[in-house]
Ligand binder design. Structure first.
Ligand SMILES: [Zn+2]
Length: 739
C-alpha cells in the first residue's frame, strides 16, 4: 500500500498571470480536470467540484444513392415500453411518440440484449449480441473499430453521418463514434458525478445541436442522424412544466419531456422539408425496474421491466401506418431492418434479422429466440452474471438459482417453473449455449493486450485482466436476486456521495463491507466518499483495494492520480495517470493530468506531447485545446499557442477562457491593442473574470491609458466577490498610478 506524503501548504506552482487560472470550473465535468484545475488544486484555491400521407408499404429495393431516404435514429435511454401512451399507459403524455406509432409500425414486444447503456447501444448499432461485439458493461469496455455499424455502412454509402449523445457513457472513447462525420458528445452544463461516470446533457440541449445540424442538411446527399436522450435515467428531475405536471411521478415526467423533444425535432424536419424523406426509428436502450422484483433502477436483472423497450418505425409511404407487430422482436433486428428499408447493403455479420417482412403485421410465425444478459453484477459486485433467453412464450434466466417463466400466463415473471418444466428449460438452455458459443463470448476491455499488461506490470500492477476476483473452489458467486437489497443500499449510498451527504453514506457502505468485504462497488464508493471529504490518504487506500478486485479500471487509476495530485505528490500522480493510459490510451483526462504535472515541473516537451495526443484523440473537445494552448504559451511557443487558441475559438467563439488565454498571450508578445480587445470581449461575456480584469488593467497601463486602467482596478477593489489577492494587487496598482 502506498501511503500518502505530507500535505503541502498552499503555494503557487506555476508563475503566470492571475487570469491564467481557469474560469468556470463548475461548467466542466469533474473528470475533465484540466490543466488549470491542476494548478488550482495544488494551490488549494478551488473547492472540490463533483461537482401523414399515404400508408401503403412498398417493398424496398436497391435505391439510387442520391434519392435514398434519410435515417433519424432516436434512442430513448431507460425507457420502459409500458410507460408510453401507445403501449397502453393511461397516464402518459407522449402524444408525438404515440403519433409516430399510429402513423407507422409499433413493435409490441421489443427486447434489449442488456439492461446497460453501452452494451445495448453497441447491439443496436452492430446488430450483434454482446457476446458478439464484446461490449459487456459501461466504463472500461469499448466497441472495436473492426466492427461494422449502422454508421460505418451508411457513411460508405455516401450518407452524411452525425451523432448527438446525452451521456458520458456514450463518449467517443467507447467506440460508437466510428463511422460518424460528427460525434457530438460535449456535456456542457453537465452535473458531474463521481462513481457512475455519468455526465449528462439535458435532452433539449442535445436536440438543439441536432436541430442546428439538420438546418444544414436540406440539400445534398442523404443523412443518418442519431439522437440519444438520457433524461429518463435517474435521477428523475424533469424540468418545468413537466416537474409540476408529474409531481410524484417524475419518471413519467422525464418521458413526457423526451416526447416534447421528439416533437421539436419533428417540427424541425417539417420546416426544413426533410420530413417526407426521413425514416424515423425510435427505440429504448433498456427499461427501468421501478421496484419490480426489488430492483429500483436497472442493470442487475434481466426481467421484462428492464429489457422490454419501445420500438417504432415511421416513414409514410415506405412503412405502413397503424400496424402493431405482436411477434417478439429484438434490438439487434433494428439495423438489418432499417438498412433494408433504405435499400443499402446489409451488415456483413449480424445476430439480428430484417423485420421488413413483418411490417404488414402478419408475423412470421416462428420468431428467433431473444437473448439478454447482464455482467454488471459480476463486474461491480463480484456476483453471478445473468443470461436469459426467451421464445414466444417461455423465458429462461441462467443464474445460480435458474428461473423459468411462462410469459403468456405470468407476464410479471412471478412464478418460477424451473423445477416443474425441466424439458422446456433444457431446450431453452440449448438455445442459450448456441448464442453464447458455450462460453462467455467476446470481452472487449480497454486495450489490454500483452504489451499493455507488460506496461502495467512495469508500473507495478501485475495480474491485470478482464476478469474479476476469482471465486474460491467450492464457492459460487451470489445470485443477484438474493442480494438485490445490498445493491439498492449501495446505490443509494452512491447517490448520497454524489450529493455530498457523506455522513449518511459511510455507515451504509461500512455495513455492506462488514458482511461482504470483497464487494468491489462498496470499495469504490468508499474511495469516492473520502475523495469528496478531501481525505485523500483514505481515498487512495480504498481505490487501491478496489483495484485489487478490478485491476482493469482505468478510472480507479485516474482517481488515484487525482488524489495524489491533491496531496501534492506529483510522482505518484504521474504514475497513476500513466497506468490509466496503459489500460485505456484514449483516456484523455489522464493525459491532461500528466500534461499538467509535467508542465508544472517545467518539462514542457513531455507535457506538450501528452496534450497533443489528447487533442488528437478528441479533436472536437475544445477544453483539451485550451490546456494545450496554455502550456504552449508557458513554454514560449507563442505562435503555436495562438494557433490552438484560434482553433478553440473557431469551435467555441464565445469562450471567455479561450479569449482570456489569447489576450494574455497577446499581452506577452506586445500586441497590446489585440490583447485589450480579447480581454474586453471575455469580460463582456463574463463580467466576473476578476483575474482577466486585472490583466486588462495592466495592458491599458502599458498603452498609457491610465484612466481606463484605473477604472478597471477600481471595479476590482469595490467588487463584492473579488478574491482578496486580486483586490490587493488592484489596490497596489491604484496607489502606484496615483503617485
Ligand atoms: Zn441506458
Amino acid at each position: 500500500m502506498t501511503r500518502s506524503k505530507q500535505k503541502k501548504g498552499p503555494r503557487r506552482e506555476i508563475s503566470k498571470p492571475v487570469s491564467a487560472q481557469p474560469a468556470h470550473q463548475s461548467r466542466r465535468r469533474w473528470l475533465l480536470i484540466g490543466l488549470g484545475s491542476v494548478a488550482l488544486i495544488m494551490t488549494g484555491l478551488v473547492a472540490w467540484h463533483f461537482r401523414a400521407p399515404a400508408s401503403s408499404a412498398t417493398t424496398p429495393a436497391r435505391v439510387d444513392s442520391a434519392r435514398r431516404d434519410n435515417l433519424l435514429l432516436i434512442t430513448l435511454d431507460t425507457t420502459r415500453a409500458d410507460r408510453l401512451g401507445c403501449y397502453g399507459y393511461p397516464r402518459a403524455k407522449t402524444r408525438y411518440l404515440d403519433r409516430l406509432a399510429a402513423e407507422g409500425v409499433r413493435f409490441e414486444y421489443a427486447l434489449s440484449p442488456a439492461p446497460i447503456t453501452l452494451p445495448a447501444h453497441a447491439s443496436i448499432f452492430t446488430g450483434l449480441y454482446p457476446p458478439g461485439h464484446g461490449v459487456r458493461n459501461n466504463g472500461n469496455f469499448y466497441l472495436g473499430d473492426a466492427h461494422q455499424t449502422l454508421a460505418t455502412v451508411l457513411q460508405k454509402q455516401g450518407y452524411r453521418t452525425a451523432a448527438f449523445v446525452s451521456s458520458f457513457i456514450l463518449d467517443r472513447r467507447y467506440g460508437l463514434a466510428h463511422g460518424f462525420d460528427l460525434y457530438d458528445d460535449a456535456m456542457q452544463g453537465a452535473q458531474p458525478e463521481v462513481i457512475a461516470l455519468e455526465a449528462e446533457r439535458r435532452g433539449d440541449r442535445t436536440a438543439l445541436q441536432l436541430s442546428q445540424w439538420l438546418e444544414r442538411q436540406a440539400a445534398g446527399p442523404p443523412f443518418f442522424a442519431w439522437l440519444h436522450l438520457y433524461d429518463a435515467h435517474e435521477p428523475y428531475r424533469p424540468p418545468m412544466p413537466f416537474r409540476a405536471m408529474f409531481a410524484g411521478a417524475e419518471y413519467d415526467g422525464e418521458i413526457a419531456f423526451d416526447d416534447a423533444i421528439v416533437a421539436s425535432i419533428l417540427d424541425k424536419l417539417e420546416k426544413t422539408s426533410l420530413r417526407d424523406r426521413t425514416l424515423i426509428a425510435v427505440i429504448g436502450d433498456h427499461g427501468e425496474s421501478l421496484g419490480d422484483h426489488g430492483e429500483e433502477t436497472h442493470s442487475m436483472f434481466v426481467y421484462e421491466s428492464a429489457i422490454r423497450v419501445p420500438f417504432l418505425l415511421w416513414r409514410p409511404g415506405l412503412v405502413p401506418g397503424g400496424v402493431v407487430v405482436q411477434e417478439p422482436v429484438r434490438a439487434v433486428d433494428l439495423a438489418p431492418t432499417v438498412l433494408e428499408l433504405l435499400g443499402v447493403p446489409a451488415l456483413p455479420r449480424t445476430d439480428g434479422r430484417s423485420l421488413v417482412a413483418l411490417l404488414k403485421g402478419t408475423g412470421s410465425g416462428s420468431p428467433p429466440p431473444a437473448y439478454a444478459e447482464t455482467y454488471l453484477p459480476q463486474f461491480y459486485m463480484n456476483w453471478a452474471p445473468l443470461r436469459a433467453i426467451r421464445d414466444q412464450r417461455f423465458k429462461l434466466i441462467d443464474a445460480p438459482k435458474p428461473e423459468l417463466y411462462d410469459l403468456k400466463d405470468d407476464p410479471r415473471e412471478e412464478r418460477n417453473l424451473y423445477a416443474e418444466q425441466p424439458e422446456t428449460a433444457r431446450a431453452l438452455r440449448r438455445g442459450l449455449e448456441a448464442i453464447t458459443g458455450g462460453g462467455e463470448g467476446a470481452m472487449s476491455v480497454g486495450g489490454l493486450d500483452r504489451e499493455a499488461m507488460e506496461k502495467l506490470a512495469a508500473l507495478g500492477y501485475v495480474g491485470a485482466g478482464a476478469e474479476t476476483a476469482p471465486v474460491p473452489a467450492g464457492q459460487s458467486r451470489a445470485d443477484p436476486k438474493d442480494v438485490i437489497a445490498v445493491f439498492n443500499r449501495l446505490r443509494r449510498a452512491n447517490t448520497a456521495v454524489r450529493d455530498r451527504r457523506f455522513a449518511e453514506a459511510l455507515p451504509v457502505v461500512r455495513q455492506v463491507l462488514a458482511a461482504d468485504p470483497k464487494n468491489a462497488f462498496a470499495r469504490v464508493v468508499m474511495g469516492s466518499a473520502y475523495m469528496g471529504m478531501e481525505q485523500y490518504p483514505q481515498a487512495i487506500e480504498w481505490f487501491r483495494k478496489y483495484l485489487e478486485l478490478v485491476p482493469t479500471s482505468a478510472y480507479a487509476h485516474h482517481w488515484l492520480a487525482v488524489s495524489y495530485l491533491k496531496m501534492g505528490d506529483r510522482d505518484n500522480a504521474l504514475r497513476e495517470a500513466a497506468a490509466a493510459l496503459v489500460i485505456d490510451p484514449k483516456f484523455t483526462d489522464a493525459r491532461i493530468i500528466r500534461g499538467g504535472v509535467l508542465a508544472a515541473r517545467g518539462d514542457y516537451d513531455a507535457a506538450i506531447t501528452e496534450l497533443r495526443t489528447a487533442v488528437q484523440t478528441d479533436p472536437a473537445k475544445p477544453m483539451l485545446r485550451l490546456d494545450l494552448a496554455k502550456v504552449l504559451g508557458e513554454a514560449g511557443h507563442t505562435a503555436e499557442a495562438e494557433t490552438e487558441y484560434r482553433a478553440l475559438l473557431a469551435l467555441k467563439p464565445d469562450d471567455p477562457t479561450a479569449l482570456i488565454g489569447l489576450g494574455v498571450l497577446q499581452a506577452k508578445t506586445g500586441a497590446s491593442e489585440d490583447a485589450a480587445r480579447s480581454l474586453r470581449r471575455a469580460l463582456e461575456l463574463d463580467a466576473g473574470q476578476d483575474g482577466a480584469r486585472y490583466d486588462l488593467g495592466q495592458v491599458l497601463e502599458k498603452q498609457g491609458r491610465n484612466d481606463e486602467a484605473r477604472a478597471e482596478y477600481r471595479r476590482l477593489v469595490e467588487g463584492q466577490k473579488t478574491p482578496p489577492a486580486v483586490r490587493d494587487a488592484a489596490r497596489q496598482r491604484l496607489t502606484a498610478l496615483d503617485r
